[in-house]
Design a protein around this ligand. Structure first.
Ligand SMILES: *[C@@H]1O[C@H](CO)[C@@H](O)[C@H](O)[C@H]1NC(C)=O
Ligand SMILES: *[C@@H]1O[C@H](CO)[C@@H](O)[C@H](O)[C@H]1NC(C)=O
Ligand SMILES: *[C@@H]1O[C@H](CO)[C@@H](O)[C@H](O)[C@H]1NC(C)=O
Ligand SMILES: *[C@@H]1O[C@H](CO)[C@@H](O)[C@H](O)[C@H]1NC(C)=O
Length: 347
């Protein structure tokens, strides 16, 4: 397929989705900050409802998106045994979270009952967040913060005792156990597993309480009307930590066509520090940023510290601009923080 055709398809897709992308665009206007944390206001109400097996997680239709938050909470609901008390969580579940949202999540007994967690519990929750509707270029990751208070029984490794395990598909696995541990974990994947495992004869403890946050990692679609004239794009986790390994981000700048005026997108980077290129006579970028504009042949790749001039200008006369970032599995660097600006030239 010719590139021109690909671009036209992209533009058409973006136009179609524009009715619903208002929210996304407003967020971009706030310079791509992480989306705000939303608190779980509904939990006290739902915890009083009885467990309903129909609330078991299923893949939801896009039309049902408005219901997702509510259903997410319902999935935290617990089974009740013959005593009519809440027990549960010791099961496997698939939890679909609305991108950009967060929730509080705790072990049985932690909040309402003030009781220790259950012994002989095996819980595996699979968390996932879907793409952002209206902006297929947005990528989301997860952050998990909180604490786990177990008991002071002896152990040599966490799997000997009660533990919380966080793990993603890269094997970015972290165990938490012992009397008091602080949970702080993040993944650049849009899914991860949360395990809570306790021994049958465990002395137990207070349990875990975490905030699970689906946060915007990178990428996005921009157009002049809604996002202009200026904003920032930056590598995931910038500036708190180096960008993650093995990640791809895409920013798409739509340049509207006008009959009489020329519009371009200017990208300048205050910070630009990617892995040093591999050099055996010729330089090969390992982690790289690529600018692709519609003009054939106008593809430029940068890595190392090559984009430290603040004036890398991409002229996009009637041409859309695609910026991609790709990291490999070796050495991660600081990343970049660049300013984009739509420039409308006078006639
Ligand atoms: C974490 O997940 C990866 C991939 O699914 C798996 O290979 C690995 O065994 C898991 N790690 C632990 C500690 O369970
Ligand atoms: C622990 O749970 C498993 C499966 O739920 C059950 O088969 C086993 O009897 C339980 N063990 C104890 C000591 O309660
Ligand atoms: C340098 O490395 C690249 C990538 O591994 C390879 O394709 C190329 O042939 C190498 N060139 C020389 C001169 O060794
Ligand atoms: C990126 O740089 C701009 C200044 O151009 C600054 O205002 C912004 O806070 C930086 N973004 C991050 C995530 O550090």
């Amino acid at each position: 397929m010719r590139r021109q055709t690909v671009w036209h398809l992209l533009i058409i897709n973006l136009m179609i989705s524009c009715v619903s992308c208002k929210v996304a665009n407003n967020e971009h206007q706030q310079s791509l900050k992480e989306l705000p944390l939303k608190e779980d206001e509904e939990i006290p109400k739902i915890i009083n409802e009885r467990y309903n097996p129909k609330n078991q997680r299923q893949e939801l239709d896009l039309d049902e998106l408005n219901d997702i938050e509510r259903q997410d909470f319902e999935l935290q609901d617990v089974n009740d045994n013959e005593d009519g008390r809440y027990v549960g969580y010791c099961k496997d579940a698939y939890i679909l979270m609305w991108p950009g949202n967060s929730r509080k999540f705790w072990s049985y007994g932690y909040v309402y009952l003030n009781e220790p967690y259950l012994a002989n519990c095996t819980m595996r929750y699979y968390y996932n967040t879907r793409n952002y509707p209206g902006d297929p270029f947005c990528r989301f990751g997860f952050k998990v913060t909180g604490s786990f208070e177990s008991h002071n029984g002896p152990y040599t490794q966490c799997t000997d005792t009660d533990y919380v395990l966080l793990n993603d598909t890269d094997g970015n696995a972290q165990y938490y156990c012992g009397e008091q541990s602080t949970i702080e974990w993040a993944t650049s994947h849009n899914d991860f597993e949360f395990h809570f495992v306790t021994k049958p004869n465990s002395p137990r403890g207070k349990g875990f309480f975490v905030v699970i946050q689906s946060f915007k990692l990178c990428g996005g679609a921009f157009n002049m009307v809604d996002n202009g004239p200026t904003g920032n794009i930056y590598t995931p986790l910038f500036p708190a930590s180096p960008y993650p390994p093995n990640i791809a981000c895409t920013w798409y700048f739509a340049v509207p066509s006008t009959d009489s005026k020329e519009i371009s997108v200017r990208i300048g980077c205050d910070t630009f520090s990617l892995q040093t290129p591999f050099n055996n006579g010729t330089e090969y970028c390992l982690d790289a940023v690529t600018f692709i504009s519609e003009v054939p042949g106008n593809i430029k790749t940068y890595c190392g510290n090559t984009l430290d001039s603040k004036n890398h200008v991409v002229i996009g006369t009637h041409a859309d601009l695609l910026v991609t970032f790709r990291s490999d599995t070796t050495i991660q660097d600081v990343g970049f923080n660049c300013t984009y600006e739509y420039i409308l030239y006078a006639e």
